[in-house]
Design a protein around this ligand. Structure first.
Ligand code: PEP
Ligand code: MN
Length: 341
């Protein structure tokens, strides 16, 4: 149920509706809009009796929310959400580019990559300090040392930083060090991690699991939003299919469908989908053309020496070429670019 308030509603009227919702044993979620405030509610397992709420001062209309993803859906909030990461906006008129290594390996490797992507116009630096690896024998990340290196890169380049959280135990350390944290594909349905992310006040980059339906993806985002964190960016990164020529199948079809259903920004990760660097640039072009609000790509100064995901890392030259191509594609799809020539 969505309670739509009159234009120029008074704060005490909003407070009164919220209190009435709490009295019903539910959680109110005020959603300020450009014209009027609406108040969503969650926690009900069946239909809500509208009687009491309809009579309260300032209430104009009660709308039944039919979809299971309530806070993420456009029924509750028709206007696009803009998520700010440092001074970078996701979901606004401009597309944003996140770039950096898969893993933080050494100070030198991270600083070189950070400078390289900054000079070529990246908006946000990525780099994993805690890595969820398929094999327990593979490089697991530098942990806290990696976070320190990212802090140096952030201070030197001025770029906001995104890094992955893999468990509740190390959540606080990552949260303190970064501007946005990533919940990776393998943890998209880790409900304790999603709930912890809901209590954070930093933006979350939520990747689609390699086997998640659109509904499961949005319900994972719903966990974070129901916990009180509205700043969620969705990321399509490839799903499993019978296709055997790439690491995953990039499901670009989900991008316009997500944009239709949810107000949250949607970005695309062509690197993990492709698994091979020669496929990354064409997929990134397609992502922007299909309506993504940005991309996240892996870049490494010496990909053959990378400790994780080397085959899919763009070289600095390839990243430069990608940025040049985005400068052509972006205005063609009527988006602005933060990328300046
Ligand atoms: C990553 O970003 O390095 C990563 C592990 O991504 P994903 O969760 O999409 O596999
Ligand atoms: Mn990776």
């Amino acid at each position: 149920m969505l309670v739509v308030m009159k234009a120029n509603v008074e704060q005490h009227e909003i407070d009164r509706v919220c209190a009435a919702i709490r009295d019903m044993g539910l959680d109110p979620h005020p959603i300020p809009g450009q014209v009027r405030t609406a108040i969503g509610m969650t926690g009900n397992t069946g239909p809500v009796d509208p009687g009491r709420l309809a009579a309260l001062p300032g209430v104009v209309e009660l709308i039944q929310v039919t979809q299971p993803y309530k806070l993420t859906g456009r029924e509750m909030q028709p206007e696009d959400s803009i998520v700010r990461v440092g001074d970078v906006e996701f979901g606004g008129p401009s597309i944003a580019v996140i770039a950096g290594p898969c893993s933080v390996e050494t100070r030198d490797q991270t600083m070189t990559t950070a400078r390289c992507v900054r000079e070529r116009g990246a908006d946000v630096l990525r780099g994993g300090a805690y890595k969820p690896r398929t094999s327990p024998y593979a490089f697991q990340g530098l942990g806290r040392e990696g976070l320190d290196i990212l802090a140096t890169a952030r201070a030197e380049t001025g770029m906001p930083v995104v890094s992955e959280v893999v468990d509740v135990e190390t959540f606080g350390a990552v949260e303190d060090a970064v501007d946005m944290f990533q919940i990776g594909a393998r943890n998209m349905q880790n409900y304790s991690l999603l709930k912890r992310a809901g209590r954070s006040r930093k933006p979350v980059l939520l990747k689609r699991s390699m086997s998640a339906t659109l509904k499961e993806f949005l319900l994972a985002a719903e966990y974070i939003m129901a916990g009180g964190n509205r700043d969620v960016i969705l990321c399509e990164r490839g799903i499993r299919s019978f296709s055997d020529f790439a690491r995953f199948t990039l499901d670009l079809t989900i991008v316009p469908e997500l944009k239709r259903i949810t107000h949250l920004p949607v970005i695309v990760d062509p690197s993990h989908a492709a698994g091979r660097r020669e496929l990354v640039i064409p997929l990134a072009r397609a992502a922007i053309a299909v309506g993504a609000d940005g991309i996240i790509v892996e870049v490494h100064p010496e990909p053959e020496k990378a400790l994780s995901d080397g085959p899919q890392a763009l070289t600095p030259d390839m990243f430069e070429e990608l940025m040049e191509e985005l400068r052509i594609i972006t205005p063609a799809v009527r988006r602005a670019s933060r990328v300046t020539a």
